[in-house]
Ligand binder design. Structure first.
Ligand code: MN
Length: 737
């Protein structure tokens, strides 16, 4: 639809806003012309196109450009690339056109952005593989990732216009990849907003409740903060320091995760807010010294909690975060967290890596090669040929969440490891060979198992032995992607040997028994030996973990016919467009029946009746796996196979049960244990609610009736079939009354 005069007015006002923001980055006429050319090209290219919300498409690139300059702090080239970021993907313009009009640099950035959206639009399992390739090509220009984050932030801010299945896909990717990525790049404010937005769309009720509670208590909190701050203000003023002091409430998302993790109500979260002091340091003494001076004057007023002092100035976090955090005893016996930092540290904390660049020329900053180290690590992981794409994504994600500890080698060399790392992680961090040969460690001169978790400040020596080799259970004790990968590689090569040996052993044994190794046989063996796939079966055999003594028995028994027990779940039919939540009165019980047989409860999170659930269609079996809405695995899957999220809502049926009472007549030959067998069929195999069982025996015959609740005729027939197979059973039939 052509843009109306009103649309044009809106576009013009947003463009003027952007111009206003660009004043701080444009140094000359050439800069302005560069941005204007990009704007006019984007305007022409997206002319007449609208977003799902109905607003002119052009508002999106303008908004992304504004985030890039205002909230991330990038420069002219990034603004140009942001304005053009959807042009190649959505219009007839090509990367070559970009090269001609805007030059090589812009063309590669737009190309990177186009490829990256390709990754998230694809619905195949190769998404992870693409993602890996894209990261590999763009890891030398971090700005592309930063713009992509800005793009995602704007899409999240406008997510309300999307249907629910798209919302789940997008929030899944956001919480699984973008928020950690933003965190890793030091974009604290953006990471927090992304998380809050995810929660707002996925858990609207919880989000609204917590926000409301925070608002309701704000007056009392402000009063407390005023009282707490008063003596600090007095002291700092006396020293003539230029500073700002504020009390900040934590994000809704972080409060909520804490409530869920600790299973406590909001009222019991004591660190709901923190006091932040941001100051302009003097030339002398050092920033660090001045931070400690402020710390010292605060702890003259309030007593600090000794184990809650965090010095991220001497040793910044891996994402560049610097500050001094302390928790002190405030008025009314309440613990209060105080954060002390300079304006420069504040910029870096809020705007992350982009702010690092701003300060790079100035001499104040220390090493910022932390980030380079991380990029190098990503490249190493990407280059590892043995890693498959999904594993890569997982270890990539692992490396995004680092909250670091620092330990020391016997020679006093400092090494940074993620929080939770063990001596094994250190061993692998030093060298793969050392990890593979590790048998123990000396932590602070005391001998401990190699799986011991390390603490910041530990001095660690790894003890090795030539005969040692990695054990599979080590995987549970290592934290770093590098150690995980090295152990997996080692086990894999060992497993390949076992696999071959297992295959040979099984073939030989089956041949001895004269059994043809077809799929049916293999499936039975997998079930009997608890293997989830063929390879695992062979490996277990090859490694001697299972014996083949009972092979013939296993092959000859009938495998249990497992019946799914999920009839309390149903798919709520809704149109793609009608994504508004229906209230209870509009639910249509008649639709409850549809597709219920395909719903399978997820193994990973085991949702129970009443849990919020989301369906995910397995790309191979086409079953719908039902996960808890909070499931991490679901987020992981959503980020990789977003289009497999079932677009209809899945709900537990609550209004009435569909089961009805059926009565079955049985007749058979009496034998010991027949009642137990009957009861087993009904309760174990079907989990059916048995109302009544009435069996009499006489003259070696038993007969009786069973009253059961069943869902429908079809499931009743299945039960009848099973009962007929009970030993001694002569007749099983449904009574007609
Ligand atoms: Mn976009």
């Amino acid at each position: 639809m052509e843009y109306t005069a009103e649309d044009e007015k809106l576009i013009e006002s947003k463009w003027q806003d952007l111009i206003e923001s660009c004043k701080k980055i444009c140094k000359n006429e050439a800069d302005w012309n560069f941005i204007k050319r990009a704007y006019f090209l984007a305007k022409e290219a997206h002319q007449g196109v609208r977003r799902r919300s109905g607003e002119p498409y052009l508002l999106h690139p303008i908004a992304v450009a504004k985030i890039v300059v205002d909230e991330i702090g990038l420069g002219v080239k990034s603004v140009v690339a942001s304005l053009l970021h959807d042009v190649v993907e959505d219009t007839d313009y090509t990367v070559e056109d970009m090269e001609h009009i805007f030059g090589h640099k812009i063309a590669t950035m737009v190309d990177g952005l186009t490829k990256m959206s390709g990754v998230f639009n694809t619905d195949t399992s190769r998404q992870a593989e693409y993602f890996r390739k894209v990261l590999l090509t763009l890891s030398d220009d971090v700005r592309v990732i930063l713009i992509k984050i800005a793009d995602r932030l704007h899409n999240m801010r406008t997510l309300g216009a999307m249907p629910q299945n798209k919302q789940v896909k997008i929030t899944g990717e956001t919480i699984y990849l973008f928020a950690p990525l933003a965190y890793r790049l030091g974009l604290h404010a953006i990471k927090t907003e992304l998380e809050d937005l995810c929660m707002k769309y996925r858990f609207p009720k919880e989000y609204a409740e917590i926000s409301q509670q925070i608002n309701e208590t704000s007056a009392a909190r402000d009063e407390f903060i005023r009282k707490f701050n008063a003596p600090i203000i007095e002291t700092l003023d006396r020293y003539g320091i230029k500073y700002e002091i504020s009390g900040r409430v934590k994000s809704v998302y972080s409060i909520w995760t804490k409530m869920v993790r600790k299973n406590i109500p909001l009222s019991e979260i004591y660190d709901l807010f923190a006091i932040r002091i941001v100051f302009q340091p003097l030339e002398f003494p050092s920033e660090k010294t001045q931070c400690w001076q402020i710390y010292s004057s605060i702890t003259d007023i309030y007593t600090p909690k000794p184990d809650r002092l965090r010095d991220w100035i001497s040793m910044p976090k891996a994402n560049g975060y610097e500050a001094l955090h302390s928790t002190v005893m405030g008025p009314d016996g309440i613990w209060v967290e105080v954060q002390i930092r300079t304006q420069r540290m504040e910029d870096i904390a809020e705007r992350g890596f982009a702010a690092h660049w701003k300060y790079k020329q100035s001499s104040i900053t220390q090493d910022e090669d932390e980030f380079d180290k991380w990029l190098k690590m990503i490249r190493t992981a990407l280059d590892s040929p043995s890693q498959n794409a999904i594993d890569f994504l997982d270890s990539f994600k692992l490396s995004l969440y680092t909250s670091e500890i620092t330990v020391f080698t016997p020679k006093g060399e400092a090494r940074h490891l993620p929080y939770g790392a063990t001596a094994l992680d250190l061993a692998y961090d030093v060298h793969t060979k050392i990890g593979n040969k590790a048998i123990g460690a000396k932590v602070n001169h005391k001998i401990v198992p190699v799986t011991t978790q390390l603490n910041s400040g530990d001095q660690v020596e790894i003890i090795t032995a030539e005969s040692a080799h990695p054990k599979p259970e080590w995987l549970e004790y290592v934290f770093t992607a590098k150690a995980k990968q090295a152990i997996k590689n080692h086990i894999k090569s060992e497993q390949e040997d076992n696999l071959q040996r297992g295959m040979d052993m099984l073939d030989a044994r089956l041949a001895e028994l004269n059994i043809t190794p077809n799929n049916r046989v293999i499936r039975k063996l997998m079930e009997a030996y608890n293997s989830s796939n063929k390879d695992e079966l062979y490996v277990n055999i090859g490694a001697g973990l299972v014996t083949l003594d009972n092979l013939d028995k296993i092959v000859k028994t009938n495998s249990k016919n497992k019946i799914l027990k999920f009839w309390t779940l149903f798919i709520k039919d809704n149109d793609e467009e009608a994504d508004e939540e229906l209230d209870d009165s509009k639910k249509n019980p008649a639709k409850e029946q549809n597709n219920h047989s395909q719903l399978v409860i997820a193994e990973c999170c085991h949702p129970l009746p009443g849990d919020n659930v989301i369906g995910f269609r397995d790309p191979i079996t086409h079953q719908i796996i039902v996960h808890k809405a909070t499931c991490d695995e679901l987020n992981r899957l959503a980020s990789q196979h977003g289009d497999c999220i079932v677009k209809e809502a899945i709900q537990w049926s609550q209004y009435k049960t569909q089961s009805s009472l059926a009565t079955i007549e049985i007749l058979g030959i009496d034998r010991m244990g027949v009642l137990v067998d009957l009861a087993n069929v009904i309760t174990n195999d079907f989990s059916i609610n048995m109302r009544q069982i009435n069996v009499q025996t006489h003259d070696g015959i038993f007969e009786g009736t069973l009253s059961l609740y069943v869902r429908d005729a079809e499931s009743l027939n299945v039960i009848l079939d099973r009962l007929r197979r009970v030993k001694g059973m002569e007749s099983v039939k449904r009574t007609t009354n």
